[in-house]
Design a protein around this ligand. Structure first.
Ligand code: PMP
Length: 406
């Protein structure tokens, strides 16, 4: 804070160099604290000042669309245009308190109100662990969690919603909808469809797409997400949900999000976008992509690919753990072939039945595969934590690898 050094909880001493081997690293959540380093250096470009009398009304600053601030609507379109990851033309934008609120708004909007049985909500396993709990926590008669989409076979008039998370949380792979027949509607959760996580192959062009600042700029605490919605009636019904649920979304948060997204968009517009970055050898001889790039997605892509290289190089030293392999692909944003670098590692313990428990004994908190519709030999661990936690993770995994090889 304000220039003083605060050590990570695993370190102590004046220069934070003393390590505590017993400390716990919490990689259970996907908290994107990795981005703090970037915004500490570039935060001045998007300082938000809100005076006491400003934006006091419940309503938006125009008749444009319900509670959406025009500034935010415009900058979202402009960002997608620069990145090339989604079509915004002919789409309505609905803003939510994170994409978590929009996910619920989508369930509300897409479930016909007059059915005898609830609309089924499905997603291919392993799926994002919050989907089942969020879908069922109010025991709604409108919709109901129905599990793994790959085994779901709708009857001819069954109403269902398929959640398509691409790239997927927890596994990182690129996905498409799989269910056919019935009266189904896919919702594309594109929280991770950004160039630091996956090659951008073409602008996503689906009927209902969800995005969030949490995983694009790292501002999870701002709690702003957006939906790109083709059908006006669906967008109106989603906005109705937001009205009933929270009478709109904080204007202060919307303005902050707009300033952040505008700062990111400007960097690319001013510099003409496609800036290549180089691989450099660090003093320890490891290949490291240049960290410290001026543009957000260049910084994040370099950081993520460094982390995945480190993780893979440690895991290949033994046989105790494995992670999925990904195919590199041409990324239209970077203008080069890139490998996916997901936000989570879907780690398999090859020798222990309960991987979460095994890692917990070494002070690494992860989320067990069971929460994702999979089994306990897998865990999901966050790759988005601060650099110090990540390095501790790597050290500990390395020790666990060599322990078995002895
Ligand atoms: N969808 C997916 C696939 C996620 O992983 C997350 C966050 N973990 C969300 C949605 C929710 O994001 P938000 O912070 O915007 O509510």
């Amino acid at each position: 804070e304000h220039g003083t050094c605060r050590c990570h909880s695993c370190f102590s001493g004046r220069d934070c160099s003393a390590t505590d081997d017993m400390c716990v690293i919490d990689l259970y959540q996907g908290d994107p604290t990795m981005f703090e380093n970037y915004w500490r250096e570039h935060g001045d470009s998007c300082t938000t000042t809100i005076l006491g009398w400003q934006r006091m009304s419940y309503y938006a600053n125009s008749k444009q669309f319900f509670f959406v601030q025009t500034e935010l609507d415009q900058v979202i379109r402009s960002l997608h245009d620069v990145i090339g990851n989604a079509v915004t033309e002919g789409r309505h934008i609905v803003i939510g308190v994170g994409s978590t609120q929009l996910f619920q708004a989508a369930l509300y909007a897409l479930s016909p109100p007059d059915r005898a049985t609830p609309t089924k909500v499905v997603s291919v396993a392993p799926f994002y662990s919050s989907y089942p709990t969020i879908t069922d926590y109010l025991k709604s008669s409108l919709y109901q969690w129905a599990g793994d989409a790959s085994v779901y076979r709708p009857q001819s008039d069954d109403s269902y919603i398929e959640l398509v998370t691409t790239p997927n949380n927890p596994t990182g792979e690129v996905r498409q909808s799989v269910v056919s027949g019935g009266a189904g509607f896919p919702v594309h959760d594109l929280a991770y469809y950004w160039p630091h996580h996956t090659p951008i192959t073409s602008p996503a062009d689906h009927d209902l797409m969800l995005f969030t600042v949490s995983k694009s700029t790292g501002h999870a605490g701002t709690r702003i997400g957006w939906a790109l919605v083709k059908d006006l009636k669906v967008a109106q019904k989603m906005a109705k949900f937001i009205e009933l649920n929270t009478i709109g979304v904080s204007k202060d948060a919307q303005i902050r999000a707009a300033h952040i997204l505008r700062a990111v968009t400007r960097q690319y517009r001013e510099l003409g976008g496609k800036i290549p970055y180089t691989l450099e050898k660090t003093r320890s001889g490891q290949i490291e992509e240049r960290i410290g790039a001026k543009q957000l997605f260049h910084f994040a892509a370099a950081e993520m690919s460094y982390r995945w290289q480190r993780l893979r190089s440690v895991l290949t030293k033994g046989t105790r753990f494995s992670v999925p392999e990904f195919q590199p692909a041409w990324c239209t944003f970077f203008g080069e072939i890139r490998s996916p670098a997901p936000a989570f590692a879907w780690l398999r313990c090859n020798e222990e039945a309960d991987c979460e428990r095994f890692l917990r004994h070494s002070g690494i908190l992860t989320r067990s595969g069971g929460y994702f519709g999979s089994n306990t030999s897998f865990v999901r661990l966050s790759m988005l934590d601060r650099r110090a936690s990540f390095e501790i993770l790597i050290d500990r995994l390395e020790k666990l690898q060599s322990a078995v090889d002895m």
